[in-house]
Design a protein around this ligand. Structure first.
Ligand code: NDP
Length: 245
């Protein structure tokens, strides 16, 4: 676990897009980034959840956030192109993207894998962040330093029985991170991945229904690694895999 000491307002004047910002780790990241001065763009599927995070950010006296309601399952390249254009018009540049939204899909033996479920998981966890990043690269390059963070998992670094589509998607995520990091090497854009580790969220409860959630770290507790990767302190990190615990 990284011991990063954030200083007050160190994210002032930074604009950071977070996917899956309505719940779990994405919500905690949005509240924390904005607390340190960032303007956060909250992207997610359930508008009510995004509005709730918006209200919490305003209530804590942080910069006014923006909301992008978008279901990554149905989103097309044009959605991302339009989104990038709006971000450029509104903010001029983008300092960071946290690709956090993911679908767990069904766990079970490979032989029972549902083809549609595999497609959905790969669309939301891999294709959507890939095509979104492609569209956002020009506006990310307009920032003095920009950080792209992909979210991995323990099963994206070592395969495990019965983790099917989700594990396949997280290996692909690590691969995507490495390809893009290599292309961005020596530029103002850096690309890294984080494995949050076991964290007390709805997704974790779905994967491990018998587990006592109180034995797990909360999303708030694992945020220091995320803060480090959006801070200028990490400008030299590129192509690295981080673990938040
Ligand atoms: P949650 O299920 O709590 O949150 C996932 C978020 O992703 C929700 O805000 C959800 O929105 C959003 N999302 C899901 N599908 C879509 C979609 N089609 N379009 C847009 N947004 C979508 O998960 P966590 O906070 O636990 O997970 C965050 C990340 O961390 C994920 O990438 C996960 O794989 C990874 N991770 C988590 C671990 C853990 O122990 N919690 C361990 C290892 C990795 P909505 O609520 O509206 O559906």
């Amino acid at each position: 676990m990284l011991e990063f000491q954030a200083t007050k307002d160190f994210l002032n004047n930074k604009t950071i897009l977070i996917t899956g910002a309505g719940d779990g780790i994405g919500k905690a990241a949005a509240l924390s980034f904005s607390q340190f001065g960032a303007t956060v763009i909250l992207l997610g599927k359930t508008v009510k959840k995004l509005e709730n995070v918006y209200d919490l950010i305003v209530a804590q006296g942080s910069p006014q956030p923006a909301i992008i309601p978008l279901d990554l399952k149905g989103a097309t390249e044009q959605h991302y192109i339009d989104m990038a254009q709006t971000i450029e018009e509104q903010f001029g540049h983008l300092d960071g993207v946290l690709h956090n939204a993911s679908l767990l899909g069904a766990l079970g033996p490979f032989e029972h894998m549902d083809a549609q479920s595999l497609e959905d998981v790969l669309k939301i966890n891999v294709s959507a962040p890939a095509v979104m990043t492609k569209a956002l690269l020009p506006v990310l390059r307009k920032a003095p330093n920009a950080s792209i963070i992909f979210t991995s998992s323990g099963v994206g670094r070592k395969g495990r029985a019965y983790w099917g589509p989700y594990a396949i998607s997280k290996f692909a995520t690590e691969g995507m991170m490495q390809v893009l990091a290599d292309e961005c090497d020596g530029t103002s854009v850096r690309v890294n991945s984080i494995n949050p580790g076991a964290t007390r969220t709805e997704m974790r409860a779905k994967a491990y229904p018998a587990e006592d959630p109180l034995t797990l770290k909360t999303a708030e507790e694992i945020i220091p690694t995320y803060l480090y990767l959006v801070a200028d302190d990490s400008v030299k990190e590129n192509g690295q895999t981080f673990s938040a615990q």
